[in-house]
Design a protein around this ligand. Sequence first.
Ligand code: SAH
Length: 240
Amino acid sequence: MADIWQQTLNWQPTSQQQIQFQRLYELILQGNQKLNLTRITEPQEFWEKHLWDSLRGVAPLLNNSNQSTHSKEISFIDIGTGAGFPGIPVAIAVNQSTVKLLDSTHKKIHFIEQILPELGLNNVTAITGRAEEVGQNSQYREQYDVALIRAVGNPSVCAEYALPLVKKGGLAIIYRGNWTAEETTNMESAVKQLGGVIENIEQFITPLSQSIRHCLYLKKVANTPVKFPRAVGVPSHKPL
Ligand code: SAH
């Protein structure tokens, strides 16, 4: 896949990173025998939907990290990480990153904690919790440069989970499939209330199955008011 990485992301994994991706694939397949981790088990589909898609969202950060040996450490949180996506591929690929993986399902976090040493990842930690509670805990609130969130809820729910955890000046990256201009309009008020602005919306096509994807980049420009995130369940039942 070296050529496709290069052509699409202007980046290539080192041999060490390739070994880690391969090991991750094997560990997910093994874990899937006991836990329902992912439907995506074919090698090419895994590569495209779990590896490539995870890294496409952070493409600008990938290249910065490989070009400069003095680049600053970037702290990430992946909210609703499931089996570790997009957070684990990001932790493998972005030099000088620290990644916190958050999921409300303990068995998924337990699985992740078991595979981290096998992947040789010492820049990753995982916690079980709800984004609504973690976002109100001062240990985590406004502590991250970048929050990642893929396939967790509707866009304003994702914004309410993600923006409280991001430092002022940082970024929330929301991974989506299809996206419409109407959705942008509908989301604007939520993002503003949370202290963010929609900085960029990127559309791209996945390299193997030619599927459409979008990433929303929300920049945090003001502190999030203390009332957000609202109590467990409220963001998804009454989206902003
Ligand atoms: N991001 C992964 C998994 C998506 S499935 C991927 O793209 O493959 C959604 C995950 O979000 C589930 O594992 C679920 O347990 C978790 N989740 C849903 N609501 C959550 C919340 N409020 N706080 C934390 N995790 C949540």
